[in-house]
Design a protein around this ligand. Structure first.
Ligand code: PMP
Length: 360
């Protein structure tokens, strides 16, 4: 068996030990005689799997007791609609900060359900930074302030938490959730798709302060009303059971690494290896302002774009996959989520040096 270094932005690399456990438990989970995939979501086995996954997530992120954890479906793109439907709470509009392609999608979708004010935007500078908070024009009467804490395509990440006073802060954390400790109490709502740092696609995590639940627009589908899901322990409809099981194994793996403090240190070391190399090079460059660079998604450019295809071919031949940048920005992107071992980043930097020596 040969495993590659998979730099995909998502679905993405998972810890090998998690995949091994899942394989070993595939036909018979803990003597149940069934695969987790075959279990009723209402049976005692799955209820235990679900409860354990939630407890681990609560412990890893130190989620306060007045927050609900919902395991939903629909992905982060679904949440772009589900958030305004649930969170407008009779207010005329919400504030959105535009830091890139994912923010833009959130803004476009939210406009179907209510007013949207763009409080700040980095679009005119090619989405290469996070606008400083003192430039934001926040509406004190906004329903919420929406940010994307890590722009997966642009590689721009918040390394600070916005202050929004009594207006709830809502964050799309799809691509940096569980990459480091956060203070959940600073947020009204956090959401993210699972397929980067958490597990398989199909599971959406929502962490929401309980006073914000119960105000959904009448048109809200019941399955997407946070209150319906909270009242039914995320089992109003059949939840993505297998994805929740794998997520639980990933949470256990994070705990075994030493929790989020240790995970952050590891992520910083990996990202520094790559960014230090990019900054020292005249052959490659990073398009993102230093202080806003993502620890998870590292876009980079070859100075000579004509070499892009040769670079990708050589990487593939060495077992390094999915390094092509998103079609909207071009260049390269290395996604180095929690489960990417440092050996993967070392191998990439080694190859980049070799490629430079051959082509500079
Ligand atoms: N937001 C961010 C930051 C993302 O990275 C992604 C997926 N790449 C999405 C939203 C959309 O997620 P999904 O396709 O799971 O709906």
């Amino acid at each position: 068996m040969t495993r590659v270094f998979n730099f995909s932005a998502g679905p993405a690399v998972l810890p090998e030990s998690v995949l091994q456990t899942a394989a070993a438990e595939m036909l018979d989970w803990h003597g149940s005689g069934m695969s987790v995939m075959e279990m009723s979501h209402r049976g005692k086995e799955f209820i235990a799997i679900h409860a354990k996954a939630e407890a681990l997530l609560r412990s890893l992120l130190a989620i306060p007791a007045n927050y609900k954890v919902l395991f939903m479906q629909g992905g982060a793109i679904g949440e772009n609609a589900i958030v305004p439907m649930n969170m407008l709470r009779g207010k005329a509009s919400a504030d959105y900060v535009n830091t890139g392609e994912w923010s833009k999608k959130s803004i476009k979708e939210a406009k179907k359900y209510g007013g949207v004010k763009v409080a700040a935007s980095a679009e005119s500078s090619g989405f290469n930074h996070v606008p400083k908070q003192d430039t934001w024009q926040l509406d004190p009467d906004a329903a919420y302030v929406h940010i994307c804490s890590n722009e997966t395509i642009g590689g721009v990440e918040y390394h600070w938490t916005p202050e929004t006073g009594s207006v709830p802060l809502v964050a799309d954390m799809s691509s940096n959730i569980l990459s480091r400790p956060i203070d959940v109490s600073k947020y009204g709502l956090i959401y993210g798709g699972a397929q980067k740092n958490i597990g398989p696609a199909g599971l959406t995590i929502v962490i929401v302060r309980d006073d914000l639940i119960g105000h959904a627009l009448p048109i809200t589908p019941s399955a997407f009303d946070y209150k319906t899901q909270a009242d039914n322990d995320s089992m109003f409809n059949t939840p993505p059971t297998y994805a929740i099981y794998i997520a639980g194994l990933v949470f256990e793996w994070i705990q075994a690494q030493g929790g989020l403090v240790a995970i952050e240190a590891h992520n910083r070391a990996k990202a520094a290896l790559l960014y230090d190399f990019l900054d020292a090079s005249r052959f490659y460059s990073s398009p993102v302002a230093r202080e806003d660079r993502s620890l998870m998604n590292v876009p980079f450019k070859l100075k000579n774009e004509a070499l892009d295809d040769a670079f990708l071919k050589g990487a593939q031949a060495r077992g390094m996959l999915q390094l092509k940048g998103h079609r909207s920005v071009g260049g390269m992107r290395a996604s180095i989520y929690n489960a990417m071992p440092i050996a993967g980043v070392q191998a990439l930097v080694g190859y980049m040096k070799e490629f430079e020596a051959q082509h500079a």
